[in-house]
Every structure is written in C-alpha cells, then in structure tokens.
Design a protein around this ligand. Structure first.
Ligand SMILES: Cc1cc2nc3c(=O)[nH]c(=O)nc-3n(C[C@H](O)[C@H](O)[C@H](O)COP(=O)(O)O)c2cc1C
Length: 378
C-alpha cells in the first residue's frame, strides 16, 4: 500500500542529514530566539526545561543570541558567555539537551550600536563601526519600542579586542559543552554594521570596499575557527534584511562575497535569512532568492525566515536548503518536528509573551500534542 501523504517517508523535512560529523535525524532546526529570561545575563535553571522541550533525538537546536562581552548587550536579561559563572550556568542546560540526543549550537553575539548606555559598562556609549545614531525601533513582537544611545565608533586598534571576545566566547561555549557556535552575522548587529554600506562609513581598512567591509566579520570567523575548529563553526547572515537601519546597496553581491570567503575557512554551516524577511519577523513578497548563495556555499546551508511546513518541505525537496530553521512556530510548538511529521495542527504563538521575563509564561507553557509527556520523556 502507498504510504500516506503525511508519513515520515514522504516528508523531506523528516529525513536524515549528515552535517559534518553530526548525524541529524530530521531537517527541522530551532532558530535562535532571544527570550530575555537570563537574569543579569546569567542563564537560568528554567532554561533546562525550555531547551529540552525543543530538543529531539538527532535534531539541531540553536541557542538564543548570547553576548560575547560586557559591551555586547542591547536588551534586558539576555544571556552571556564571557564569565565563568555564565559558562557554569550553561552546563546543565547543554547537558539536558544532549540527554535528549540533540545537537546544540550557541549563537554568539555583539549588538554593536543596537543598544543604549543602560546596558553598557559604566553607562558608556555602545560601540560600533560608526558613530551614526539609530532611530527608535519597534521589536519583533510588534509592540515594544526601543531607544538607542548614539554609538562610539571603534578605533582601528580596538577592533582586534572585539575579535578576541568572539574567540574567547567560542572557547567558553565549547567549555560549557556546546557542540559548536553560530556567529551572529545577521539582523543589523555588530558584524552587519561593518558589512553593510548603509551603516559602515569608515575610512580605514575596515570600511569602503566590499572586501574592507567584510574584513572584520571574516577576522571573527578566522579567529573562531582557529580556536575551536571549522567543523564546529556556523554563521548566520541576512544580506537582504534591513533591520535596525542596516541595509546594503547590493545585498546579493554581499551574500556571494561572504559565502565564497567562508568557503576558504571550510566552516560547517551557513544559516541565511530569506530576503522576504526584510523587516523583523514580517514576511513581504520579494523577487530575490538565496539560491545563488546556496549554490556557491560548500558547507551545510540552513534557510530561515517565514517558513511553514509546506514550503519547508519544498525547500528541501528542491535542494534550496539542507536544513530549515523555524523561529516562531518552534517557539510555540516545542514538539514541532513531530507535528510536522504527523501534519498535526500547530499552537499559535503569542507575540505579547515573546519577551516577558517570566520563567514559564510564553516560554515552557505551550502544550505538546501529547499533553502528558511535557516533552521531558519522549
Ligand atoms: C522572539 C524572537 C526572538 C528572536 N531572537 C533572535 C536571536 O536571538 N537571534 C537571531 O539570529 N534571530 C532571532 N530572531 C529571528 C528568528 O531566528 C527568525 O529568523 C525569525 O523569527 C523568522 O523566522 P520565523 O518566520 O520562522 O519565525 C528572533 C525572532 C523572534 C520572533
């Protein structure tokens, strides 16, 4: 008898994939999702339940953006990985994810100018590629409006210090037990503030030509690769996005330049945000495509942004991606791979609780298909 349309066999998202040395059992990746529940930048015990709920045997999950230093934060209570206390706090969370058989990468992050002096040591100005200020922005919950302090342009001789912060954060992530790191090179944060010509107005070797603008992000990649090995390094890029007033005049050229340069380092994966996500978490019609970058990149290619079950299946079937990352659907459906396998209905996400600081609400209280399991026993 022919397999039913919704069986594992006919769903390309629920097929195995070998990513470097990692044997994945399906293609449904947890996208990095900032949750603002790591009080004083220290991961909390409640994150054990949150991440283990979303971990599945052979699944890849990516931790929320995690600061590389005390100047890296721009929001309340986001986790860090630059102190011993933070590394120790991550350990039980990573252990719980591994106990469920999942692969766990830590997204390492510096916000650059997307910050204000409240989050900076001694109330100083945030640092960036530029001193151009950022106007207030609405967050991805569509509700909160955030204000920024005009940034201070990094001097050329300070840039190696930020590179070093990423290197040490990567080392700390491995010390905490993570399988690897995803360098956050997307969404208008520090690396993009160098990459994109709408923001980068430098006149030193880190500004001007495309090669110069990509120098700092590639120095970060090189340092992290040298520290932990290319087989543990991924990067997230969003060349087409214009978050936080960070756009580029030629995003396709930027994306292609980056993936070709990344090939030289042999990194494990490139995680790219779809052009349709030009503004944060809002899908628009768009003629651009990630396919040229997918074709040019030699490693694993993860696509993200606005995916549903059907177009995720199609992206894999048409070889436009090796893996698909899901953000909001995975936030609201801790057992998303199982629901996709069964073509089961999905819980709706609640934007109002994306960034609340409660340890349960809008975090670990979304129901499972099988309510009894609570995801702890699979
Ligand atoms: C609450 C929330 C937090 C997010 N935090 C991060 C983050 O920490 N790092 C990141 O690269 N993207 C972050 N994103 C973007 C998501 O990873 C994802 O790219 C975006 O939600 C679009 O995918 P989706 O349509 O599957 O939700 C966040 C999105 C949301 C809604």
């Amino acid at each position: 008898m022919a397999a039913p349309a919704t069986s594992h066999q006919s769903n390309p998202l629920i097929t195995p994939y070998k990513m470097g040395t990692f044997n994945l059992s399906h293609r449904v990746v947890l996208a990095p999702l900032t949750r603002q529940r790591s009080y004083n930048n220290v991961p909390q015990p409640h994150a054990v339940l949150y991440y283990s709920q979303r971990a599945s045997n052979g699944g890849l999950i990516i931790a929320e953006a995690t600061g590389v230093s005390d100047t890296a934060q721009g929001y309340p209570d986001t986790p860090g990985i630059w102190t011993k206390e933070q590394v120790e706090a991550w350990k039980p969370i990573v252990d719980a994810v591994h106990a469920k058989g999942a692969v766990f990468f830590c997204q390492i992050w510096h916000v650059g100018r997307v910050s204000n002096s409240d989050y900076q040591p001694n109330g100083q100005a945030p640092v960036s590629s530029t001193d151009k200020p950022l106007t207030p922005q609405i967050r991805s919950n569509g509700i909160d409006k955030v204000h920024f302090t005009p940034p201070r342009r990094l001097r050329t001789d300070e840039i190696p210090h930020i590179v070093k912060d990423f290197r040490l954060a990567a080392r700390n992530a491995i010390e905490a037990g993570f399988d690897g790191v995803e360098i956050h090179g997307a969404h208008g944060y520090m690396l993009e503030q160098f990459m994109k010509d709408q923001v980068n107005d430098r006149t030193d070797e880190y500004g001007g030509s495309l090669e110069n603008r990509c120098r700092f992000p590639l120095e970060v990649v090189e340092a992290v690769v040298n520290e932990i090995g290319s087989d543990r390094v991924g990067i997230r890029l969003s060349p087409f996005a214009e978050y936080a007033e960070c756009g580029d005049s030629n995003p396709k050229q930027l994306g292609l330049y980056m993936v070709n340069a990344l090939n030289k380092y042999g990194i494990l994966y490139c995680h790219m945000v779809e052009p349709r996500m030009k503004t944060f978490a809002q899908k628009i019609e768009c003629p651009d495509s990630l396919v040229p970058m997918r074709k040019a990149f030699n490693g694993t290619f993860i696509a993200a942004g606005g995916y549903e079950r059907e177009d995720g299946m199609k992206a894999i079937a048409e070889n436009r991606a090796d893996l698909v990352a899901f953000g909001r659907w995975f936030l609201a459906n801790p057992d998303l791979p199982k629901r996709f396998a069964l073509d089961a209905p999905l819980n709706k996400y609640n934007r109002e609780t994306f960034y609340t600081s409660h340890p349960v609400l809008g975090y670990t209280d979304y129901p499972f298909l099988d309510e009894d399991s609570n995801g702890v026993a699979s």
